[in-house]
Every structure is written in C-alpha cells, then in structure tokens.
Design a protein around this ligand. Structure first.
Ligand SMILES: [Zn+2]
Length: 223
C-alpha cells in the first residue's frame, strides 16, 4: 500500500506524490458522543479512513483529520468537544490556502460530521477557496447517495461504517443497560448495523469521490 498520510511523509515523498497526482484529501469530523459503542472521534476517524481508501485509488495525500467540528445535537455530552461556529471556516481557509501553496490542484474536503451548520460552512469555505486552477470538492460522505438516506448518528449507517472500517474500535456489547440508545439518532444499530452494509456503502462513497477527482484532474489538464 502506498504511503498516503501527509504527516508521515518525508519531503521527497510528498513531492513525488504531488507530481504523480496533485490531490489532497482533508478529512473533517469532531469529538462527539457517538453512543456507548463507538469512539468519540468517530466522524473524523471515519472520514480519514475513507480518504485513505480514496487516495490509494486516485493517488495523492491525506491531511491529518481535523477534529474541530461545529453544530449538532451533542454539545455538552460527556466526551463531546464542539467548536464555536466561527472556528471551522477559519481552519478551512488556512488549510486550503496551504494545500494550494504546496502545489495541489484538487482538494477533497470530506466531512464525517454533518449537521447543517457544519455542511454549510464546509461548502461555503470550499467554494471560496476554489480558483480556475484549483478545484475543491466538498461533501458529507452520505452525499454519495442522492436518492436515499444513509446518514444518521451512531445508528444503523454510522455503526455499519465503523464495523467496516475499524471493527476493532466498535464495541457492540456496550449497547446494554438502562438507556442503550442514548444519544443515537436513527435506526437501532443493534438490529440493523452490519459490516457488509458498511463495506458496500464505503465502496460507493470511495468510487463516487474517485470519479469526481478524476474528472476534475482531467478538466484541469493534469491527467
Ligand atoms: Zn457521526
């Protein structure tokens, strides 16, 4: 497997990756309570794992995930750490400027955390950073399914993605006790979540993003 994490690369490796495919993936999420069974950094870890799979297909590099997300219904939960709304646009503006300065031509901003505030801010900052020679693709992962709902919170779909991407970090047997579905929005993951469903979903997301990246590289005359 090719090395794809920016933070782990030596300068010559980053230069080679950019020369081969000037594509940078920016995974976004938050620290947020995700049920008793999923890690607190789930959204960013999920986005990072998907971005790594994309980069294995298209080439390019993956930035370290950004855990400062905004909005949503889990502020104040134990284990949540949600930023003020003004922080995220500033982080993205800085990150995309530096990505472009390093010679990337296409950036993919994938948010695994998707309340309205977050998605609106991500799309706006990405649109602002785009230029004729620098294309920014911004999406929450469930946008790969335009005609059905595959986004939820720690329920059927997110749990299936966790079981597919990093099963060793998912503890289904924690969903017991007085309030097993505390903080979970969506269909009961104990009944509905399946690794195979997660794998099938990951494949569609990765292929959708890879297709968009290839067509942007082509449009920019890079590939
Ligand atoms: Zn989530």
């Amino acid at each position: 497997m090719a090395k794809v994490d920016w933070a782990e690369m030596l300068p010559y490796e980053l230069a080679a990756a950019i020369a081969t495919a000037p594509v940078c993936y920016l995974p976004l999420g938050t620290l947020e309570f995700h049920g008793w069974h999923l890690p607190l950094g789930f959204d960013a870890l999920k986005a990072q794992a998907i971005c790594r799979r994309c980069a294995q297909i298209t080439g390019g590099v993956v930035m370290p995930p950004n855990f400062w997300g905004i909005g949503g219904g889990h502020k104040g939960y134990a284990g949540s750490a949600i930023a003020d709304d003004d922080l995220l646009p500033s982080i993205l503006r800085n990150a995309l400027r530096e990505v472009r300065r390093n010679g990337f031509k296409v950036a993919v901003v994938l948010t695994g955390h998707y309340p309205g505030e977050q998605v609106i801010a991500v799309k706006a900052a990405s649109a602002e950073a785009g230029a004729p020679d620098f294309s920014v693709i911004a999406l929450p992962e469930h946008e790969a399914f335009p005609t059905e709902t595959r986004g939820d919170h720690a329920a059927k779909w997110e749990t299936s993605l966790g079981l597919a991407l990093f099963p060793e970090q998912v503890e289904m047997d924690r969903l017991t006790g007085d309030n097993p579905l505390y903080g979970i929005y969506g269909q009961d993951p104990r009944m509905e979540a399946r690794a195979e469903l997660g794998l099938e979903t990951v494949e569609v997301i990765v292929n959708t993003i890879a297709d968009r990246v290839r067509s942007e590289l082509k449009r920019l005359g890079v590939a």
